[in-house]
Ligand binder design. Structure first.
Ligand code: BDR
Ligand code: CA
Length: 313
């Protein structure tokens, strides 16, 4: 079994929370070196608080959590309280976490960790805007060749956009950071809306999590009860899409997913299509492939994995 050394970069968010729980429930496969928080779904002050709440709910207060960037590299922050609620984690009763943040800036931690660990051994999992990673790559280009792989939730091709008609939220919030990442040469796996919109937390699936009858199971079900209302109203779907947990599930069981190696470029100029992931799915250019762009998932297999793993916490 491969044990991945992982940094999770995140902006929790209910779906980020489920991704973090899935990682914390899987220590045999995931050696979590630390969480780095970024501004995204809600401002940084709230994303770092939410990350600490989640680790306490999981019974893992020893997890290292660092705060990173509080705004995109070159733009004002855009947030998504309309999806995630005022706290970013609306649904369950929230509390003030007692575990502390770990000292140091998230970007410094990413740089220092990649310099310290053997080259090619650390996987970056990104669940939010790419500000921390773009900043680290810009400040310390020597770390780029040391990254094993970057697995991200972001972008879309067939589903086009969720925050604008053309762009997915994580890429839209910091397109300059996304451009740095896609041009970096790091091996990238992308979980776009095309696949995450197939991973729906339907009522029977959420009820199966609730039926775990544990603190984690009930907390997760209450988050997802809240989270579904936005997408159900918008798309008429049968439940909220579990975007970010796809990233962790890919590390645990990559055979649940399939996609194509394609070229992906980020639109950073056009007002109309800012943050669009222009994926050459049909191979109509000679631009070199820079990402594995996922399109298909075994959604039942995904929920089976998620439910069994969360039962361990
Ligand atoms: C992405 O944006 C956020 O709202 C979610 O947490 C996910 O990372 C989906 O577009
Ligand atoms: Ca997220």
């Amino acid at each position: 079994m491969t044990r991945h050394k992982v940094i999770i970069d995140t902006d929790p968010g209910q779906d980020d929370a489920v991704a973090i729980l899935l990682a914390l429930a899987s220590p045999d496969e995931i050696d979590l070196l630390g969480l780095t928080c970024v501004a995204g779904n809600v401002p940084l002050e709230r994303t770092q608080t939410n990350a600490r709440i989640i680790c306490e709910v999981a019974g893992k207060p020893e997890t290292a959590i660092r705060a990173g960037c509080d705004a995109p590299m070159r733009r004002p922050l855009v947030t998504a309280e309309h999806v995630h609620g005022k706290t970013g984690l609306d649904g369950p009763d929230l509390f003030e976490p007692s575990m502390p943040l770990t000292d140091g800036h998230g970007v410094d931690f990413i740089i220092e960790t990649l310099r310290r660990e053997p080259a090619g051994s650390v996987t970056l999992c990104t669940l939010g805007p790419l500000t921390n990673i773009g900043s680290a790559f810009q400040r310390a280009p020597d770390i780029i060749a040391r990254v094993k792989k970057l697995v991200m939730m972001g972008g879309a091709y067939f589903e086009v956009g969720n925050i604008t008609p053309a762009a997915e939220f994580n890429i839209y919030v910091d397109p300059e950071a996304a451009e740095i990442v896609f041009k970096s040469g790091v091996p990238i796996v992308v979980m776009p809306l095309d696949v995450t919109h197939k991973v729906l937390a339907t009522k029977p699936r959420v009820d199966a999590l609730r039926a775990l009858n544990s603190r984690v199971g009930i907390f997760t079900a209450e988050m997802l009860d809240f989270f579904e209302r936005f997408d159900v109203a918008k798309y008429g779907s049968a439940g909220g899409p579990l975007h970010d947990p796809c990233v962790i599930a890919y590390l645990l069981q990559p055979d649940l997913f399939s996609g194509r190696h394609v070229n992906v470029e980020i639109e950073t100029q056009s007002e109309l299509t800012l943050g669009m992931t222009v994926a050459d799915w049909w191979g109509v250019t000679d631009r070199a492939a820079n990402a594995l762009f996922i399109g298909q998932v075994d959604a039942d297999g995904f929920f089976d994995l998620l439910t069994k793993r969360l039962a361990r916490l």
